[in-house]
Design a protein around this ligand. Sequence first.
Ligand code: ATP
Length: 462
Amino acid sequence: MPQTEGRNLAVDTAPVPIEKIASLAKRRGFVYPNSEIYGGVSGIYDFGPLGVELRNNIRRYWWWSMVQTNDNVVGIEGAIITHPRVWEASGHVDNFVDRLVDCKNCKRRYRIDHLPPENLEQNTCPECGGELTEPRNFNLMMETYVGVIEGDKAKTYLRGEACQNIYLDYDNVRSSSRLQIPFGICQIGKAFRNEVTPGNFLFRQREFEQWDLQFFVHPSEMQRWFDYWKHRRFEWYKGILNHGDRLRLRAHAPDELAHYAKQAFDIEYRSILGWQEWEGIHWRQDWDLSRHSQYSGKDLSYTDPATKEKYVPWIVETSGGVDRTFFFLLLDAYEEEPDAAAGKEPRTVLHLHPTLAPIKAAVLPLQKNNAELVTAATALHKRLQRQMVSQYDDSGSIGRRYRRQDEIGTPYCVTVDFQTLEDQTVTVRERDSMDQIRLHVSELPPYLSEHTLQFSAYDGDS
Ligand code: ATP
């Protein structure tokens, strides 16, 4: 993937309304409102046939670049439910709160930290100007109960952030993997928050998925590794965007920093919602391991095998979201291209990176009622399916079929026509340029795999 400037396809720069993305996502099977037939649950979504492919590709690419290609990073998959003390040690039971105000007039509810400064100062509603109530605290943790006998059930929580499992498993991972500091542990997993103001489609949900790296270092090496991962994660996001100019790193102001953090950055994306957090790069120092040592009674310090120095490792954290990536990628990829031919509908296209696109190739017989074309196209589709997600489509004109695939981001359409029957070549049409080339069917699988399955990423060394 290109490394620094984004993919910079010639796409429209106007911000895409969220309704357009939500409607396409539902119509084409990316995302559905959860429990819709019962009226839905605010802030919870299901992913459809194309959505699950896109999510899997996004997750795979992150895992490939964070775990598979780094010798000093390994992965875990922790449980959603943990011992309740974990959330006391982490501070979530006492402090994981949103401070909220309600408008006394229009009854809208706001998080105080999301109010524009002038409304905060004047205590007025940004929508109607009405007076706001005193702030109240809402804890975001979702409670659940473990056990079967009433009275013996223990209250615990669905994890409010996925990364706690990494601290809990840190010592097991270190000893079972024979890793020495510096090293990192990654995880992708669900997190749950009783967000009081869920909304903007996938942006703020109550059940969502996070990806975290916790990188354990000697205190003297903290700054170097912090800078390294900050840079690397920024380049990673840039490499999957069409609009590199919509990405920025924002340093946290002193009053946003946790007491143990020397610095923190958000990687932010600019959409119709303005600049919003996509991933946080955090200086966690020894806070997490020290707290879990204190609360559990288990010493989580590390002894350097060479120098015999004993210390609690410091941590660089990179914490982002699968759902925000999914959402921002759709916003970033969506375009309605005017069609040059008079009277034609604009072409709706998702310029998703080919390695992330849910369907890699669509195989289209030129005519659906010609048995020879259908047989050849079906055989080709079956052959491609062994390596990648391929879709067979024979309904409607070729033009309409191209449009259908453009709208879901399929990078290549392969047309089987009469010439195919004579010389075994097919037309391969690329989504963004709409250029067409002819390839022999034996060349097609390697061509498509090179263009749609190969990951490449910034390796951090330059
Ligand atoms: P915010 O300030 O927006 O509430 P946060 O700072 O609490 O977010 P973190 O706890 O740092 O977020 O979570 C790490 C990442 O998880 C975020 O960068 C974001 O990508 C994702 N994330 C957090 N909350 C949500 C949510 N409610 N819905 C979807 N993704 C989320």
